[in-house]
Design a protein around this ligand. Structure first.
Ligand code: ATP
Ligand SMILES: Nc1nc2c(ncn2[C@@H]2O[C@H](COP(=O)(O)O)[C@@H](O)[C@H]2O)c(=O)[nH]1
Length: 399
């Protein structure tokens, strides 16, 4: 026998204390997390959704630091605890491209930010319906040919891949354009943005600051493309530790001499800079070959061979040049609904009156293949209707 879903109504808030900040008319839904916390969700603050946390151990309301793009307010919200790390928030009367949001309360990213900021932290992550395209992190010492390989990939598969444009404090080279190769920036500005949590990772590399902003990855994934990050080994390590799921590839030179020749032949650095990059290359090659960090190591000896190997491991060798784009069907979540959870499935059932009912009164969200994108996006959510479940909850399915 399957477990019968217990639909909850938003008026379960009545059980919670009515502090000055807490008002059941303002905060529409609240979720108990563990023994000590209640997350109240739904106050409209500057046209976006507000959050308060009630700490049962101190009997106090806490205003958390809220990271990520905050969802715009809607006609109402319902919410359900998905696991100990996140709450799914459903915006009422909103289309499916904007109505499902995860409030991350205890993900590794949020935990890290709590430690860093010393405050309660939550992070919003928009749930994106459809296939999750896992980003690719490419690392390797300066001059090994990362940029050359990425350029070939982007040339051959322009609709499949998008480049994550990093920020850097180094000066542009001839032929480098702001916003295309890098966002060239002042150190002070970049440091402020890092403090504000705008960067997925950053590192001091060869005497300059480099970093991948959350937005740089979002821009690519929102364009339905697979994101490629060209970052150093320290950056790869940070991404590994972040909530961004990715494939990590290390590009190795055939020899140190070859690496030096390539760097010199490129002619973009001064002798002093070349020496610095070569010194750093030794440590990078060592770390790149150490177990656990990279999923694949490719030696870039002959460029064409290395490129073919790269395509092979990305599953692109069969000659397929088009990228399947899943276009999510836009459906509107009913204004009145209840939410419940069975395993990886979230059931959203319309509780509208007979006259208001549309053709579909039951939606199923399948969370089994969700993948964290950049902080700010959770991909791989599937939505469908499932008539067989109607019997279980005893509702009528529209014809
Ligand atoms: N397999 C190869 N054989 C010979 N030369 C190569 C090969 N791959 C790349 N190169 C050349 O080596 C030089 C460095 O390549 P590239 O700029 O792509 O390196 P990179 O790893 O992106 O460096 P950086 O990290 O400094 O940006 C370029 O002039 C490029 O044309
Ligand atoms: N950690 C990061 N490293 C980055 C980023 N963007 C580039 N890089 C790495 O810096 C070096 C030098 O690059 P160059 O363009 O000055 O030659 C190279 O190893 C890149 O991979 C980033 O956003 N984060």
């Amino acid at each position: 026998m399957g477990e019968a879903p217990a639909f909850f109504e938003d008026d379960h808030l009545e059980n919670f204390p009515n502090g000055t900040l807490f008002n059941t008319k303002v905060f529409e839904t609240a979720i108990n997390v563990g023994c000590n916390k209640i997350y109240a969700i739904g106050a409209t603050e500057k046209e976006s959704i507000g959050i308060r946390i009630f700490d049962k151990s101190t009997n106090e309301w806490v205003v958390p630091t809220v990271l990520g793009m905050i969802p715009k307010s809607s006609d109402g919200y319902s919410a359900i605890l998905v696991d100990e790390d996140r709450i799914l928030v459903v915006k009422r009367n909103t289309k499916s491209d904007d109505c499902f949001w995860f409030l991350e309360i205890n993900t590794p990213f949020v935990k890290e930010q709590k430690t860093r900021l010393g405050t309660e932290v939550v992070a919003w992550s928009k749930a994106v319906i459809g296939e999750a395209k896992i980003p690719i992190v490419i690392s390797g010492p300066s001059g090994v040919g990362k940029g050359t390989l990425i350029a070939k990939l982007m040339d051959e598969f322009p609709s499949t891949f998008g480049f994550s444009v990093s920020h850097t404090t180094r000066a542009p080279r001839i032929n480098e354009h702001n916003g295309v190769h890098y966002h060239f920036t002042e150190r002070g500005d970049m440091e402020n943005d890092i403090k504000d949590g705008k960067f997925l990772e950053f590192a001091a590399v060869h005497g300059n600051l480099y970093g991948t902003s959350v937005e740089a990855v979002e821009v690519v994934t929102d364009d339905e493309k697979r994101c490629i990050l060209d970052i150093d080994v320290q950056g790869a390590r940070s991404v590994r530790a972040s909530s961004l799921e990715a494939i990590f590839i290390f590009i190795c030179p055939p020899s140190f001499d070859q690496l030096e020749k390539r760097l010199r032949a490129r002619g973009t650095e001064t002798e002093e800079q070349i020496q610095k990059r070569l010194r750093n290359a030794k440590a990078e090659i060592e770390q790149g070959n150490s177990p656990g960090l990279f999923d694949h190591i490719l030696v870039n000896d002959n460029l064409e061979t290395c490129y073919e190997n790269l395509k092979e491991l990305l599953g692109l060798s069969d000659g397929t040049k088009t990228n399947k784009i899943l276009v999510p069907e836009l459906v509107r979540m009913p204004l009145e609904h209840t939410v419940s959870k069975i395993g990886h499935k979230i059931l959203i059932k319309s509780s509208a009156t007979d006259e208001e009912k549309s053709d579909i009164n039951m939606f199923v969200l399948d969370l089994s293949s969700i993948k964290s994108g950049a902080p700010g996006r959770t991909r791989g959510l599937n939505i469908y209707t499932e008539p067989s479940l109607n019997g279980v909850i005893g509702s009528k399915m529209g014809s």
